[in-house]
Design a protein around this ligand. Structure first.
Ligand code: GLN
Length: 194
């Protein structure tokens, strides 16, 4: 069985846990303390408020161990606020968090008029069927290093990326009833331990 952590300090934790429960051979673990990070095979950083999650992971001493596990190859997937935590650069601010991915991320990139919206797009790496993408005060990726692979764009903006064992999405697959993005992540976790 694969132990998949969901960082559980703030944000859409239960939604990710419920998606993982639908996948055979996967045990979801709500990660709250540093020790738990040594007993998981992959980690999801949920959506929420990046400033809050970012502060809490520093306060609880989770951040350094997440970085250590990432550098040793553990797959991590950041959704929305999770994408912001992964970025080495956040537009318009000096503060960054985990500094794991060579991406420049713009917070609340769609502005107040498009606070939240949903669309459908095929992500070839994930499925040949269109995936529902839910955006909530979402960031998008403004720039990438050439070591970063683009998984999906919406209206010309990069909304899903992969760099080695690390994935980030602007949208929230956990707020739909389609498990295909979670299954894609689990496949990457499985490959990482084989
Ligand atoms: N706007 C939030 C932030 O900047 C992200 C929103 C989300 O995770 N749904 O952290």
């Amino acid at each position: 069985v694969l132990n998949i952590g969901v960082l559980a300090v703030q944000g859409s934790v239960v939604e990710h846990v419920n998606m993982l429960k639908k996948i055979d051979g996967v045990k979801p673990i709500e990660v709250k303390i540093p020790e738990q990070l040594y007993h998981i095979d992959g980690l999801i950083l949920p959506g929420g408020e990046s400033t809050a999650i970012g502060k809490l992971i520093e306060d609880y001493g989770l951040n350094n161990i997440i970085v250590e596990r990432a550098k040793k190859g553990m797959p991590i997937w950041g959704t929305c606020a999770g994408m912001i935590l992964m970025a080495k650069k956040i537009t318009g601010q000096n503060k960054t968090y985990l500094n794991l991915m060579d991406i420049v991320v713009k917070r609340n990139a769609y502005g107040s008029q498009l606070d939240s919206f949903a669309t459908h797009e095929v992500i070839p790496a994930v499925s040949d069927k269109p995936l529902k993408m839910v955006f909530i005060r979402a960031p998008y990726v403004e720039d990438i290093a050439d070591t970063v692979e683009i998984l999906a764009k919406v209206d010309g903006h990069i909304v899903a990326v992969k760099q080695d064992n690390l994935i980030a999405t602007s949208f929230h697959p956990e707020l739909t009833d389609d498990t295909s993005f979670h299954r894609y992540f689990i496949k990457i976790v499985r490959e990482s331990i084989n």
